[in-house]
Design a protein around this ligand. Sequence first.
Ligand SMILES: [Zn+2]
Length: 252
Amino acid sequence: MDSFEERISRAVRLIGNAGRITAFTGAGISTESGISDFRSTGGIWARYRIVTYQEFIASHEARVEYWHMKHELFSELKDARPNRAHYALAELERMGRLTCLVTQNIDGLHQDAGSSRVIEIHGTNRKAVCLGCGNLWPIEEIQMRVKEEGFEPRCEKCRGFIKPATVSFGQPMPEQEMARAHDCAVRCDLFIMIGSSLQVEPAASLPREAHRSGAGLIYANRTETPTDSLAAVVFREGAGDVMESLLERIRQ
Ligand SMILES: [Zn+2]
């Protein structure tokens, strides 16, 4: 692998030559903000099992278990702040250099950093939704109700189950967001992937689709991915270091 500086130079040239740039982020971009990937060991994920969407719909016990997990997660995440990589992407957008920002993350840190056009393909933990009528609430409001009224919040209007507005295991991906993400992948000429191990479909196919449509790929991820060989530049360094170095050079 070439030196960090050489790879930064190559990536900066690709960014300079690109008309439409799509960034795609996964859990790895938020680890420097203290948010652990659910795949990593320890912490909250070791104490709770995964409740699927089907279980959530079907069983009172599963809903209570799920809300207990989400409640504990909420207190763990509510102080998380964006890091250098989030801010760099927001800055690229302000400079008019970023066309699309697609994320697998549900933490809302891109918006906190100032990114305005974020496509959240796994939904968001910042809102809660009624599965009956689609009504939305700020998550703080429902977390407060959970604490005071019990761990199975219901919609006042339709008595439907309320769930954080994230895509659970077993739940279909949001069609509109997936269509927009696909569009961003096939219409860009540079696709920058940050912090995803590209293990989960359909997200994993986005860089493949971008590559097939002629886009260059830049990958920044701590571990190997199944499509590293397609990428023009691969970084194993931390997302903050990579994005900060890129931004510094682009500003010059
Ligand atoms: Zn409702």
